[in-house]
Ligand binder design. Structure first.
Ligand code: MG
Ligand code: MG
Length: 275
């Protein structure tokens, strides 16, 4: 018996423009949270900031009640990699590395993005970890081209991290298709050989999200049923953007500049839709 490949949702340029609206809400909220994240601030304070941005924009949270998730952001500090639950009692401290993941829905279309934020002055290896993780995300985004293959993205992310030094690339979690749902086909590993999987074609939208650690790639879930931590206690970074592919190039929907500056550094021209 043949198994049908999972269908990948293709969007029209008009639908991608709506996804941009969601992406800009996400970018605005992450910008505001980044600005507010400081020693003494709780991660639930940041969740409240995201709720304010959603309310002002008339947008809906992607995460709240997603399989029962209790907040609008994921806040993951230090050895927590992803899916951390915001807390009123736990305050951020000087030297922490906070990963904030946030998604918003506008007119039924999702945007999904994550940043790692240094709280005050962080150790040099922690700052470098976040830089390496972010650069690998942009290298993955630069691999989103018409006629390419899905694992070109995976391979670009992995190559970027490996070239930077000895890091763990988290297994078991990765990027995904996105559109009328937050998590859609295809799943995107952050490692692997290039040239495999579905062909990349205009109309696709994907969230690319490397998770990189200072130690091992192994993870476990805490008893809260959500928080994913490194098994060896090493610190982790997480960066994510939602990117759409149009006929004439990519558009990073959750980046305020559409990805222009980072992709120019990598010799990639944006779609004219991003102008
Ligand atoms: Mg996310
Ligand atoms: Mg995601």
């Amino acid at each position: 018996m043949r198994t049908m490949p999972e269908r990948i949702q293709l969007k029209s340029p008009e639908q991608i423009a709506l996804m941009r609206e969601a992406g800009l809400v996400v970018a605005r909220a992450l910008g505001a949270m980044r600005e507010a994240a400081a020693p003494g601030v709780s991660t639930l304070d940041l969740d409240a900031i995201a709720r304010d941005v959603l309310r002002d924009a008339g947008a809906t949270p992607s995460f709240l009640n997603y399989h029962g998730f209790p907040a609008v952001i994921c806040a993951s500090v230090n050895d927590r990699i992803v899916h951390g639950i915001p807390s009123a009692t736990e305050k951020l401290a000087e030297g922490d590395l906070l990963s904030i993941d946030f998604g918003a829905i506008v007119e039924g279309w999702h945007g999904d993005s994550a940043v790692s934020v240094a709280i005050g002055e962080v150790a040099p290896d922690v700052a470098e970890l976040s830089r390496v993780c972010e650069a690998s995300m942009w290298d993955g985004i630069a691999a989103v081209r018409d006629g390419g293959r899905l694992t070109d993205i995976s391979h670009a992310v992995e190559s970027s991290v490996r070239a930077a030094g000895r890091y763990g690339i988290v297994a078991g979690y990765g990027g995904h298709g996105i559109g009328t749902e937050m998590h859609m086909a295809p799943h995107i590993l952050n490692y692997g050989k290039a040239g495999k999987g579905p062909r990349l074609v205009p109309g696709m939208a994907v969230a690319i999200e490397p998770m990189v650690t200072l130690g091992s790639r192994a993870t476990r879930e805490l008893d809260d049923g959500w928080t994913v931590v490194t098994t060896d206690g090493s610190w982790a970074a997480h960066w994510e953007h939602t990117v759409a592919l149009l006929d004439d190039g990519p558009w990073v929907l959750t980046a305020p500049d559409g990805g222009r500056s980072e992709l120019a550094l990598r010799g990639v021209e944006l779609s004219a839709a991003a102008a």
